[in-house]
Design a protein around this ligand. Structure first.
Ligand SMILES: Cc1cc2nc3c(=O)[nH]c(=O)nc-3n(C[C@H](O)[C@H](O)[C@H](O)COP(=O)(O)OP(=O)(O)OC[C@H]3O[C@@H](n4cnc5c(N)ncnc54)[C@H](O)[C@@H]3O)c2cc1C
Length: 458
């Protein structure tokens, strides 16, 4: 392989691979440099055995599936499934909450979300600091009034229905992977795709491999961590753990978490101020998963998701909110044994959990599941996988969000191409989920950002 190409793409996740595919269509020769020993980045599908659904340690859902959505055409209809989102919710004592109470709490959260969207659209042009979701909720009269008008119902001593509502609103923090104090209301101003959420039945890695097979004139180099990018001349010089490479153009898809922590590779010269400011302003959160494979299932088999307030009495901490996904049901494998649950824990709780051993995590979760699902025998765990995306040096968290100190324009600033060389014919451009205002924090956002970056290369 020659060390000079038309474009070097840093990172072989969804953004990098979609950029490489688009560059190939333009007839450009591409080198993808990937720090890990695998492609995919925050797409990490494992297949525990020939039986059973694929397990997604990173991205799982296709958000907002509709005909305009890129995954609508990339993933054939018979290889995706819409999540029916049948949910059971348990209180902190492991008692099942009646369905009508959960439904009315969901409706209250949906109505709150609509009010936040309205507010965010009105204030979108104002500069940061923005109002946090926590502050919005505190001030929202409708949210803070008791729908059933129960006497003596207060925020501190809520009635049973309001208690569920206050618990369920934590799902926002779980989905956005950041606390409600950190999140800006502007999170709700985005105009992403409108549609149901689905899952790729063969796993996201299968989707990525399909794109990879289509690459023209591109080489992927694994175990190639980029250490520096010198774009002070007409041709950029990229130094990585596998050697030195040269290109007129660079697309950098390194995750925001890594850029925030270390500034990424050393850029010579430093990237412009607005890019640096955007990196510092934008938020990058944390979502972790605990995959538990059992000898056999002991939960209601026709339910997709469970919501829990997991007690942490032994650690002297308040309960933490967790979503638990019934994998076999979600992936419509009803004819196979239902034996896998995946627990989702986010933000500060996830950071705290990264400090626990796998054994401690199992001890924390298992007795509460056994109790809630009324299992008469001790469930036998066959295998367990715990993600620690914060500790991972090549992600440093899960995905980006709008913090109160940032705005959507930070994403535009970060995506602005930087020209270099005496005739300004070279281009350095950032891509990745954190650079696309309508679709940040998603796989399809990463995909679209890669195409956009490739189009910005001359
Ligand atoms: C737990 C979790 C759950 C998620 N759930 C969903 C979901 O349900 N639906 C959804 O749409 N999205 C979800 N996401 C977000 C989604 O995974 C990301 O938005 C998307 O995959 C990001 O793609 P990317 O190409 O921008 O970044 P990445 O996939 O992170 O790719 C960047 C690549 O750069 C590499 N890299 C880093 N540093 C260097 C370096 N110095 N040199 C060379 N290479 C480097 C990394 O190894 C990585 O492969 C989830 C993410 C996580 C972590």
């Amino acid at each position: 392989m020659t060390n000079a190409v038309d474009c070097i793409v840093i990172g072989a996740g969804m953004a990098g691979i979609s950029a490489a595919k688009q560059l190939g269509k333009k007839g450009l020769k591409v080198l993808l440099l990937e720090a890990r020993d695998r492609i995919g980045g925050r797409i990490n599908t494992i297949q525990p055995g020939p039986q059973g659904p694929p397990i997604e340690l990173g991205a799982q859902w296709i958000h907002g599936l509709c005909p305009e959505h890129p995954m609508y055409t990339i993933i054939p209809e018979n290889e995706r499934r819409i999540d029916t989102q049948r949910i059971n919710m348990f209180d902190k004592h492991g008692t099942l909450i009646p369905e009508h109470v959960v439904t009315s709490a969901w409706n209250a959260v949906d109505a709150l979300s609509s009010r936040m969207t309205e507010h965010a659209k009105k204030t979108i042009t104002l500069p940061p600091p923005k109002q946090s979701i926590a502050a919005f909720i505190n001030e929202d009269l409708e949210w803070n009034s008791c729908a059933s008008k129960t006497e003596h119902c207060t925020r501190e001593t809520p009635c049973a229905e309001c208690d569920v509502k206050y618990s369920l609103v934590k799902s926002i923090a779980n989905i956005e992977a950041a606390t409600l104090n950190e999140l800006s209301v502007e999170e709700y101003a985005g105009d992403g795709f409108e549609g149901d959420d689905g899952v790729p039945l063969k796993g996201y890695l299968h989707v990525l491999n399909g794109l990879l097979a289509d690459l023209k004139d591109a080489t992927v180099l694994l175990n190639a961590q980029v250490l520096s990018v010198d774009y002070s001349g007409d041709t950029a010089v990229v130094n990585c753990t596998s050697g030195e490479f040269h290109a007129r153009n660079i697309i950098c898809t390194i995750p925001l978490g890594v850029l925030k922590e270390t500034g990424g590779p050393e850029f010579i010269p430093q990237i412009p101020g607005p890019h640096q400011k955007a990196i510092s302003n934008l938020g990058f959160g944390l979502l972790n998963k605990v995959v538990l494979e059992f000898e056999s299932g002991f939960w209601p088999s026709n339910v997709d998701d469970f919501a829990f307030e997991l007690r942490r009495d032994a650690f002297g901490l308040d309960p933490m909110f967790a979503f638990i996904v019934n994998f076999s049901q979600l992936y419509a494998r009803r004819d196979e044994p239902q034996n896998t649950l995946v627990v989702y824990v986010a933000h500060d709780d996830a950071k705290w959990m990264e400090g626990l051993s796998d054994g401690d995590i199992r001890e924390l979760i298992l007795p509460q599941l056994t109790c809630a699902f009324r299992s008469e025998t001790e469930p036998i765990v066959k295998s367990m996988v715990v993600t620690r995306w914060m500790a991972d040096p090549f992600s440093r968290g899960s995905y980006s969000h709008l913090s109160t100190g940032s705005s959507l324009s930070d994403m535009d600033a970060l995506a602005t191409p930087i020209s270099f060389g005496t005739e300004k014919k070279g281009t350095l451009v950032f891509a990745g989920e954190h650079t696309i205002r309508q679709h940040f924090a998603t796989v399809h956002g990463a995909y679209l950002s890669g195409i956009r970056a490739a189009e910005q290369i001359a």
